[in-house]
Design a protein around this ligand. Structure first.
Ligand code: ZN
Length: 72
């Protein structure tokens, strides 16, 4: 079985936040990584980024969190 190229980590890889609003969209991985790094430092929560299959943009998500358990 080939390993998936994306989502090597358990990450909340959704287009939607738990409150039903769309997540902040970043147009490229670099922007998403920068934002995720800042957010991680602020919140103390480790965040990762992923390319969204829904909007083809990039979102950040909590690593190891339950699905939808992120306000990013
Ligand atoms: Zn999306």
């Amino acid at each position: 079985m080939p390993r998936p190229l994306q989502r090597p980590l358990a990450i909340d890889a959704s287009h939607w936040r738990r409150d039903g609003q769309p997540k902040v969209r970043y147009s490229n991985r670099s922007d998403a990584l920068l934002a995720a790094d800042e957010r991680s430092k602020e919140s103390g929560t480790e965040l990762g980024v992923y390319e969204c299959a829904f909007c083809k943009g990039w979102h950040m998500g909590r690593i190891g969190g339950r699905a939808g358990d992120s306000d990013a």
